[in-house]
Write a protein that binds this ligand. Structure first.
Ligand code: NI
Length: 252
């Protein structure tokens, strides 16, 4: 159930039965030699739509560009500064809160967004609950939750089983597989050399490019396939639907 495909009356009647909404958030950045620039937004959006169907929940518009400063050494990458992303998240959430939405479940496709999202949630809480300024009525609290699509227990086990140490941490074998499952017409034939990229930490964009010349970190996305992507997608959706429901019931 996409917010963009509803009428205002349909949204109003949805709000009579639920104040929850799923918000996909991704990134637009390099994903190594065979990964799409849009990988993080594509995965987050498709999985969010699946979770929306499984949990009979509204899905909001995707935040398609995230915090990807460290990827800017590679052509096509785009980034928001952390402060811009926080401002966007605040405006998305508070717009919807005005109409009665109170539980915001962000399905995230990009590790680089995590710190900024946590900070954005506190910006939102500071404003909503009047931590600074006027206090809102007791009991009308607003909650935000971030769930990375690859993070569930079943997902961790699946990644270990399918890719082991070749999963990596950027341009991962599983995210490339998910895009291949969703968009088989975009599958790239590319040389992946060495098969498993080096791992490790980095500082800014220039340092990232020096350490990880083809953009990958620790991964071998040469092992990706649409069929493996289907398994990841089909494992992630029900696991996240359960987490979403528990979030609405205030159990997580
Ligand atoms: Ni990614």
């Amino acid at each position: 159930m996409l917010l963009q495909h509803q009428t205002w009356q349909e949204v109003e009647s949805y709000l009579m039965r639920s104040t929850g909404i799923i918000m996909p958030i991704g990134s637009t950045e390099q994903h190594g030699p065979n990964g799409l620039i849009g990988t993080d937004a594509i995965c987050a959006e498709a999985i969010a739509r699946g979770v929306g169907e499984a949990a009979d929940a509204m899905v909001g518009p995707t935040i398609g560009v995230g915090m990807a400063v460290h990827h800017m050494g590679f052509a096509g990458s785009m980034t928001l500064r952390p402060s811009t992303l926080m401002a966007i998240m605040r405006d998305y959430v508070l717009s919807l809160a005005r109409h009665g939405f109170r539980r915001f479940f962000f399905i995230n496709g990009h590790g680089g967004n995590i710190a900024t999202c946590s900070a954005a949630f506190y910006e939102i809480y500071a404003e909503w609950e009047g931590a600074i300024g006027t206090r809102r009525a007791e009991g009308d609290d607003l909650r935000c939750r971030l769930a990375n699509w690859w993070d569930g227990k079943a997902m961790g086990a699946l990644s270990k089983e399918v890719f082991g140490d070749d999963e990596g941490s950027h341009a991962t074998a599983s995210e490339v597989s998910v895009t291949q499952f969703l968009l088989p017409e975009t599958i790239k034939q590319a040389q992946i050399d060495p098969p498993r990229a080096p791992g490790g930490r980095f500082h800014g964009p220039a340092d990232y490019r020096r350490r990880f010349p083809d953009g990958r970190i620790g991964s071998n996305p040469g092992l990706a396939s649409p069929e493996k992507g289907r398994r990841f997608y089909e494992t992630s959706v029900p696991e996240l639907a359960k987490t979403y429901t528990a979030f609405l019931e205030e159990k997580v």
